[in-house]
Design a protein around this ligand. Structure first.
Ligand SMILES: C[S@@+](CC[C@H](N)C(=O)[O-])C[C@H]1O[C@@H](n2cnc3c(N)ncnc32)[C@H](O)[C@@H]1O
Length: 192
């Protein structure tokens, strides 16, 4: 099975959890990794790598593959990623537990979190838990980056997630719409 087909079958099984019908485009992957300046020893955590649309691009910009940690809730996706990226550590886990997973992992402090969690569909109680977890995880100067689709950007849960992130960070910026993606999306960056 190719990546796109696996993605679609997992979406049909769990549409809200997967949150998209197909993997993100290369253009969105470039926008998600654009301008991230990483030094050796900077930990990068990817939340919800799926079939790895961003993972190879993250691998290209991190000085050392040992500094990457992927956390994905879907066992099938983790299987795909472990085959495709044997040099990267991807585990089955929940974004809600990122701080504890990081503590247990022995990794150095986190410089960037690249997230694909579909926050426009994530209920308030889970959002609050994840943002509180990020507050404990992310040191000053670190970056949290995600994307939100244009058509879901104004949904109440999407807007509430942005407000919650604003509360734990100092700076926010939004990219121009990335039209070469299905569906088009904004890249959102917070600096803590
Ligand atoms: C929209 S897909 C993005 C996949 C991939 N990064 C891409 O851009 O093509 C969202 C991914 O987040 C994962 N996910 C959703 N909620 C999660 C959670 N609470 N913890 C970990 N992974 C989660 C889904 O299983 C899925 O792989």
């Amino acid at each position: 099975m190719n990546g796109g087909w696996i993605f679609l079958t997992r979406f049909l099984r769990d549409p809200i959890g997967v949150g998209a019908v197909c993997p993100s485009s290369r253009i969105l992957a470039r926008a998600m990794t654009n301008g991230l300046e990483l030094s050796p020893g900077d930990t990068v955590i990817e939340l919800g790598p799926g079939t790895g649309a961003f993972t190879g691009y993250i691998d290209k910009i991190i000085p050392d593959s040992d500094d990457y940690l992927g956390i994905e809730q879907d066992v099938k996706f983790v299987e795909v990623l472990n085959n495709q990226f044997p040099g990267l550590r991807v585990i089955v886990g929940q974004a809600e537990d990122t701080h504890q997973i990081h503590l247990d992992s022995g990794y150095k402090p986190v410089k960037a979190v690249i997230s694909s969690i579909p926050f426009a569909l994530v209920k308030d109680n889970a959002q609050i838990k994840i943002v509180d977890d990020l507050r404990r995880l992310l040191p000053p100067g670190s970056i949290f980056r995600t994307f939100q689709y244009l058509h879901t950007y104004r949904l109440p849960l999407a807007a509430r997630f942005r407000r919650r992130m604003d509360e734990i960070s100092t700076t926010f910026y939004r990219s121009k719409p990335v039209m070469a993606n299905i569906p088009p999306a904004f890249v959102l960056t917070w600096i803590v």
